[in-house]
Design a protein around this ligand. Structure first.
Ligand code: WTA
Length: 653
């Protein structure tokens, strides 16, 4: 197992403590430990109370129906997510408050009030209706980080359509797989997006993706970059033309609380991405409650979650969570280091950002760029910092706390997953004493445990698998079209418990220390990449016979992917081919999955039964102890791996 959070540094500094600063605690939304106790005594009552903060067309009959492994939250309730994110505020004194403050990579800015956002959403909802979209239909988005993406998302929610957002870095092939799996007839995209001064040709990639996919009937194209794109008559429509023709008013569809709100594809341990399905009522309660109390969100905040909306973090903490609270959200389109490594710090200073929520990989990259970049800017508006996506090493935590937070801002290290929908393990900034490197405790109303391979709880400070022992409101409902896989992946390892796939331990104070994935998922720069996905991409290359992909620790990205490839008989290894294989993966999956290194070798280390010894390879490439292999694999083969790795490394040097 690769354990970025459990370095010696981590173990040495474990005694470091940061109690909430008094100035923060005094005004925090939750600052009394009793919130944990009350929630633990009656979790359903706790979540029902949180649900009351939202608007329901009809109140629920039952808070939770738990028919393992399927949970139904707020059964009988009628709700609309867009109504809760928009209409509710438009009917209050927030009507002309800023909902979104946006900055494009070239530097232009735009502010949308709740009133304006609401109108845009209603109009775009009518565009979707005119294209034939009905409640329950799937709509795919492949968009840059521009306000039109949340507009399209909320428009789907308004009419009860299910959105499936695909991160703009995925390839044509990945888009096709997801569009087909979701059976989505409409795609929303843009001509192109800006990234590090370059144009990302989104529409062209969509065209390539769906060239022979007849289920797609319409593509709506937003003109972001003013580049020429071919428009297919009858199929493609311009966003601005469709909006000009659409009606202004669109009533929100009252949905069942248990109706799906969106699908989001994520990597698993097999080749096929999983369509994680989130429901409406429970999801919204979960993200609204955590957004409010983990970030202590207030009306005067300018909240910046730097995640792309193409990932779950963007869904929950750029769009639904903050907007359900009537907060003001900041959104930035482009690269963090464009045109210089101080772009983010300049943004914070110019806009007066108060809360920054980002990933350890970004923090480490900035740390490397040097203190002089944040030092050029006045970051005094910040009052709270957050991290998500991977374990944060204490060194990066301390840098973030000092160089960005001026030593005054609490840092909330939040653990969660695409599947969990909402933050599950996290400090509450007004009451939790922080230990750098620990995500601290489960959020009130959430219960988690560490278990061994047999599913039994382990004592404090002993590593094991992190499981969640009780359903939580934003829990995934199923995997799209594949309830068996849902049951098998998450609920079969430890019966009755949700299996996270993460390793962790709990210390003597009940604090959780996350130690990374224990399955074949690589967490590269906070992005989940399934090794099987990469392997199937590699073997789809005509010259490749076999491939094995493992993660290797990386100073900035946490982990990178390393691929071992066996060629078909008669094929010649060359540097050119190695580069060609990297390119092939980029085309098949997308740039985020490109292997750092491709090693061409004669054979892969296997067990006698022919299983690739991935766990052993992983330990060896990471320079870690390979642990006990006697029971699982042919020990003789381990020596073979070692000899073989030495050869590969020798050749590489
Ligand atoms: C990892 C992102 C340690 C973990 C929200 C999890 C973390 C995976 C943390 C989910 C954290 C996320 N500390 N590890 N604070 N947050 N992870 O689905 O391995 O993209 O299982 O969701 O990221 O990644 P996903």
């Amino acid at each position: 197992m690769v354990v970025p959070g459990a370095t010696i540094d981590n173990l040495l500094r474990e005694n470091e403590r940061h109690p909430p600063p008094e100035w923060f605690r005094r005004h925090a939304s939750w600052r009394d430990d009793r919130v944990y106790v009350a929630a633990a005594e009656d979790p359903d009552a706790f979540w029902a109370k949180q649900a009351e903060r939202l608007h329901w067309f009809r109140r629920w009959d039952r808070v939770l129906d738990w028919d393992p492994p399927f949970a139904r939250w707020f059964v009988g309730g009628k709700i609309n997510a867009s109504y809760n994110c928009l209409d509710r505020h438009v009917r209050s004194n927030r009507r002309h408050k800023a909902a979104l403050v946006w900055e494009g990579e070239p530097g232009e800015t735009q502010t949308l009030t709740y009133d304006r956002l609401w109108r845009e959403v209603m109009r775009f909802a009518n565009v979707l209706k005119a294209l034939g979209v009905k409640p329950g239909d799937r709509v795919t988005m492949y968009m840059p980080m521009i306000p039109e993406l949340p507009i399209a998302i909320l428009a789907c929610a308004r009419i009860g359509a299910i959105h499936s957002v695909i991160f703009g870095g995925f390839s044509a092939k990945s888009i096709r797989d997801r569009v087909e799996d979701a059976d989505s007839a409409v795609i929303v995209t843009a001509d192109a997006g800006y990234r590090r001064g370059n144009l990302v040709p989104l529409k062209r990639t969509v065209d390539e993706a769906i060239a022979d996919v007849p289920i797609v009937k319409h593509v709506v194209v937003y003109r972001r970059a003013n580049v020429d794109v071919p428009m297919h008559a009858a199929r493609d429509v311009w966003w601005h033309e469709a909006m000009a023709m659409a009606d202004a008013w669109c009533d929100p569809e009252p949905m069942d609380a248990t109706d799906p709100l969106f699908i989001l594809y994520t990597s698993g341990t097999t080749g096929k991405p999983k369509g994680v399905v989130h429901g409406t009522g429970g999801y919204l309660v979960g993200v609204a409650t955590t957004a409010k109390h983990v970030f202590d969100l207030r009306d005067e905040d300018l909240f910046w979650c730097t995640a792309d909306i193409g990932w779950v973090t963007g869904h929950s903490y750029v769009v639904y969570g903050p907007l359900a609270n009537g907060a003001t959200v900041f959104m930035y389109e482009g690269a963090p280091d464009h045109p210089q490594p101080d772009r983010w710090w300049s943004i914070i200073e110019r806009h007066g950002i108060t809360i920054l929520y980002t990933a350890p990989t970004a923090i480490r990259a900035f740390m490397r760029a040097g203190d002089e970049w944040p030092a050029k800017h006045d970051l005094a508006s910040l009052r709270l910092l957050g991290t998500v996506g991977e374990p944060i090493n204490p060194e990066a935590w301390r840098w973030y706390h000092r160089a960005i937070g001026g030593g005054r801002c609490p840092v909330v290290d939040t653990w969660w997953q695409t599947e969990t929908g909402m933050i599950l393990i996290t400090p509450l900034p007004g009451l939790t004493t922080l230990k750098p490197g620990s995500a601290t405790r489960p959020f009130p109303g959430v219960s988690a445990a560490i278990v061994d391979d047999a599913g039994n709880p382990v004592p404090p400070n002993k590593g094991g698998s992190l499981v969640i022992t009780r359903p939580w409101p934003a829990m995934l409902q199923t995997l799209y079209g594949d309830p068996e896989r849902y049951t098998q992946v998450y609920w079969s390892r430890v019966p009755g418990r949700y299996f996270t796939g993460d390793g962790a331990r709990v210390d003597e104070d009940g604090y959780f220390w996350l130690m990374g994935r224990i399955d074949d998922v690589i967490n590269c720069a906070g992005h989940r990449i399934g090794t099987m996905e990469l392997e199937s991409a590699l073997v789809s290359h005509p010259k490749v016979a076999e491939a094995a992909v493992v993660g290797r620790p990386h100073e900035v990205k946490g982990q990178v992917c390393v691929a071992y490839v066996v060629l078909k008989r008669g094929e010649e290894a060359s540097e050119f081919l190695e580069a060609n294989l990297k390119d092939h993966v980029r085309r098949e999956i997308g740039a985020i999955a490109t292997p750092e290194d491709v090693y061409i070798c004669d054979r892969l280390p296997k067990t006698r039964s022919g299983k690739i010894m991935r766990r052993v390879m992983r330990a060896l490439v990471s320079g870690q102890d390979i642990g006990d292999t006697t029971t699982l694999e042919d020990p003789g083969a381990v020596e073979e791996v070692r000899r073989w790795l030495a050869t590969v490394e020798g050749r590489d040097a």
